[in-house]
Ligand binder design. Structure first.
Ligand code: SME
Length: 151
């Protein structure tokens, strides 16, 4: 499904105040994972309180062992300190990478800002080779902005 068609669906989920924020985040993960063929795992990590680590808050796809990720470790941990999008066309080419599944070929991590502070991120794993474009970055930046509005 094209990103423009997904946007109103993301907004509907996030605006549903009947559901908890965690439930809404899970529903967004599920929507993206089921709607975009090359999104095989979608999750939101957030800074874990005062600790210099990320904690998985919601996801869609296979459960991961990596629910806690120290800042600086892996693609996610690097984004926690760089505050920048990280697009990985080929995970095998990365030496600071945490493997979640042998099927993963590519990954994209986009930081989530609240009042200018990097408080978390959306993380997507793909079983396809080099699947992510600038359009994915723009779309996921938009998703994160919308999520920040309900936090
Ligand atoms: N591959 C990530 C770890 C998280 S999993 O993709 C769910 C990383 O290198 O940070």
């Amino acid at each position: 499904m094209p990103f423009q068609k997904l946007k109103p669906k993301v907004e509907d989920i996030l605006q549903n105040k009947e559901a908890s924020v965690d439930k809404r985040l899970t529903e967004v993960c599920e929507l993206l994972e089921t709607s975009i063929p090359y999104y095989d795992w979608v999750g939101f990590y957030f800074k874990n309180g005062d600790k210099e680590e990320l904690k998985l808050r919601s996801f869609a796809g296979e459960p991961t062992d990596h629910e806690i990720i120290p800042f600086g470790r892996g693609i996610c941990g690097q984004v926690a300190v760089s505050n920048k999008n990280f697009v990985v066309p080929d995970v095998k080419a990365q030496n600071n990478y945490i493997a979640c599944s042998i099927h993963v070929k590519a990954e994209i991590v986009i930081p989530l800002f609240l009042n200018g502070e990097n408080i978390g991120q959306i993380d997507i794993d793909s079983h396809s080779e080099d699947p992510f474009s600038h359009e994915d970055e723009l779309f996921l930046e938009w998703v994160n902005k919308k999520v920040a509005e309900i936090l």
